[in-house]
Design a protein around this ligand. Structure first.
Ligand code: B4P
Length: 200
């Protein structure tokens, strides 16, 4: 059991974090990982690490990422299947930015089905377009990430609307969605997520 600011949750928590680019997924994933003592697995971070190290996967992923496109499902699915076979996920995990396509949802169902492990909740972080563009341009100025230019940000938002937003309906149909407003101070958003999960 983990204490999270008054709320107590079962130690084995399996969460997904969905939201448009810039909604604060990576930011909140790090905090939730600490609050619930579960590993946060970000496919975006894994791809960036591979790009940095010049691996075969990184070379393939870079072109898609720089264009604001999703990395093909077959590459992404293999990576997640491998990561979810590691022993540290036995007591729960948080997937940040996966699944992002309907095909990835099917793959995740298959991966979790093998282990008989179901999801506990899907946190959907919302933020309006103006705010996410503002945040990502600020990050671009600070960190120079190659996919944070204005054109690529707009492309990423389009791809999210076309390919990832439909996933919210799929998980709503399963009664798993927890909608959280991603606007406001970072601590405030973390508090909202923890409170929403505790009240489920
Ligand atoms: P990600 O790394 O997931 O990038 P992202 O969607 O932009 O979200 P990120 O987590 O970085 O940003 P956040 O919202 O936390 O993906 C990058 C690329 O990898 C994708 O475009 C794709 O090509 C590829 N990829 C990843 N997963 C994939 C998959 N499953 N299938 C296929 N391809 C995949 O934060 C943004 C900024 O906002 C930060 O600077 C942060 O400091 C700031 N911020 C956060 N919360 C804030 C708040 N409350 N107030 C003000 N600023 C805030």
């Amino acid at each position: 059991m983990t204490e999270t600011g008054g709320a107590v949750v079962n130690g084995s928590l399996r969460l997904l974090l969905i939201g448009p680019p810039g909604a604060g997924k990576g930011t909140q994933a790090a905090r939730l990982s600490e609050a619930y003592s579960i590993p946060a697995i970000s496919t975006g971070d894994i791809f960036r690490e591979n790009v940095k190290n010049g691996t075969a996967l990184g070379v393939k992923a870079k072109a898609f990422m720089d264009a604001g496109q999703y990395v093909p499902d077959e590459l992404t699915n293999d990576l997640v299947r491998d990561r979810l076979s590691q022993p540290d996920v036995a007591d729960g995990f948080l997937l940040d930015g996966y699944p992002r396509t309907l095909q990835q949802v099917e793959e995740l169902d298959d991966i979790l089905g093998v282990d008989g492990a179901a999801l506990d909740a899907v946190v959907v972080l919302t933020a309006d377009t103006d705010e996410v563009v503002r945040r990502l341009l600020k990050r671009s100025a600070e960190q120079g990430r190659s996919d944070d230019t204005e054109d690529v940000i707009r492309k990423r938002l389009e791809v999210y609307t076309e390919q990832t937003a439909p996933l919210v309906d799929v998980y709503s149909g399963r009664g798993l969605v927890v909608d959280v407003d991603g606007l406001g101070e970072i601590d405030e958003v973390t508090g909202r997520i923890i409170a929403a999960l505790a009240s489920r």
